[in-house]
Design a protein. Structure first.
Length: 133
């Protein structure tokens, strides 16, 4: 079972329909915390898609029923915080930095968020693409 399959099992109330989860395992902790916070807030949402885009986490959802303004603000704020945290977290190993730009890299035209160890450890990263973005 992959880390993301574990999230589907742990938080079934958010995964009522099949959805795409397309990101590396380093962001599992961010998503686990986000979904736990949403559960604690009794948010009634369905996850539509979770993916990496432009080196950051994207979390798409829909409300199951019309939320009140306070809950809507809480969900929006918490999702935004998780997406922001992904820019400071290695998408491969989960290492964290306070300087988000330190992890953003260009890999053959794709932006990725990798720590120095994961960047140099991945043989698919050629020497000519080592500059931070």
């Amino acid at each position: 079972m992959t880390a993301y399959e574990e999230l589907r099992t742990k938080y079934p109330e958010f995964f009522k329909e099949p959805c795409l989860i397309s990101c590396r395992p380093g962001w599992y902790g961010i998503l686990d915390q986000l979904l736990g916070d949403l559960r604690a807030a009794a948010a009634r949402i369905s996850v539509l898609q979770i993916k990496e885009k432009f080196a950051g986490l994207r979390f798409y959802y829909a409300y199951d029923s019309e939320p009140d303004e306070a809950l809507s603000n809480l969900v929006r704020t918490r999702v935004g915080r998780a997406e922001s945290e992904s820019f400071r977290t290695c998408e491969r190993c989960g290492a964290n930095t306070n300087d988000g730009d330190a992890f953003r890299r260009n890999c053959r035209g794709w932006l990725v968020t990798l720590c120095d160890l994961c960047w140099t450890d991945d043989p698919s990263n050629s020497e000519k693409h080592t500059a931070a973005v």
